[in-house]
Design a protein around this ligand. Structure first.
Ligand SMILES: Cc1cc2nc3c(=O)[nH]c(=O)nc-3n(C[C@H](O)[C@H](O)[C@H](O)COP(=O)(O)O)c2cc1C
Length: 264
């Protein structure tokens, strides 16, 4: 089958080149703040905002090479990257943020790329892609996931994409997914954090024994992608004089992105 990469809005290339420039100078600039709504809080009858830092894991299917655990195609017939304009982060499917997204998918991201003095803000809807076998007492609502809409091409394997991202994690991060439920008390669990595994290998074929194999299966079951479908992107350039501000808005009626220059 001959694959054709989707045409992407201009903010995608803009962001990719700024991320590359910033990471060359400071690897820590890979994190941004993700805000969600929390409707299950004792603090208020109305939804309250929750915000935390997460690591940018690229766009869907943004890859450097084949042989990384995914059988999805990397390039189309004319050698263009087969990525979509959807941002990816990774998390634990049992975490409070995953529960919040199942109830209210609307999110905002703020990203300060300090090395080049750019702020990006993304407004959109975030969808949790859990393991096909994921089930949890803490997950009161199922995770909606419009797989075709979010994919870079038809027949895209989301499970390959999830496994690829898991394999890319550091051994320490992989092990963090077989902890007890994030955000619950250590007292209620009753165990000792120091008894939990510190590292886990990429796949069960590399497990050292049956116990590690079980831990890895557990970690893979809890590991989830969060895929963000942006509808508005706001870029402020504080590195230029005068400062500039650009807004891209997705118009659902025409199915097109509109770009405007704004007063900063
Ligand atoms: C720099 C940095 C990067 C982080 N990256 C992630 C991440 O990619 N995914 C994630 O679930 N948590 C990440 N965390 C932890 C979250 O900020 C948060 O503490 C945790 O996920 C619990 O959030 P929740 O209770 O809202 O679900 C990161 C924290 C920091 C400080």
């Amino acid at each position: 089958m001959s694959l054709v990469a989707p045409s992407l809005p201009s903010w995608v290339d803009n962001l990719r080149s700024k991320v590359t420039d910033n990471l060359k100078q400071n690897k820590d600039l890979i994190s941004y703040a993700l805000a969600t709504h929390d409707t299950a809080t004792p603090h208020s009858d109305a939804p309250v905002p929750r915000v935390r830092y997460v690591v940018h894991r690229g766009f869907v299917n943004e890859r450097r090479k084949d042989g990384d655990g995914s059988n999805n195609a990397v390039k189309d017939h004319s050698d263009k990257d087969l990525i979509s304009d959807k941002l990816v982060i990774t998390t634990d499917a049992r975490s409070p943020k995953a529960r919040q997204l199942a109830s209210t998918p609307t999110v905002e991201i703020a990203w300060w790329l300090a090395a080049t003095q750019h702020q990006f803000r993304f407004l959109g809807r975030a969808y949790v892609l859990a393991s096909p076998s994921f089930s949890s007492a803490t997950n009161t609502k199922p995770f909606p996931f419009p797989s075709e809409h979010l994919a870079p091409y038809g027949d895209f394997s989301w499970e390959d994409e999830r496994i690829r991202q898991f394999r890319k994690m550091s051994p320490e991060l992989r092990a963090s997914f077989c902890r007890p439920v994030p955000g619950t008390t250590v007292a209620a669990w009753g165990g000792k954090l120091e008894d939990l595994p510190v590292t886990l290998p990429e796949g069960v074929d590399k497990a050292e024994n049956d116990e590690q194999k079980k831990q890895l299966e557990q970690a893979l079951e809890n590991f989830a992608l969060v895929v963000i479908d942006c509808t508005e992107v706001d870029l402020v350039d504080l590195g230029s004089q005068p400062n500039t501000r650009t807004r891209w808005t997705f118009d659902t009626a025409s199915n097109e992105w509109k770009e405007e220059e704004l007063v900063p």
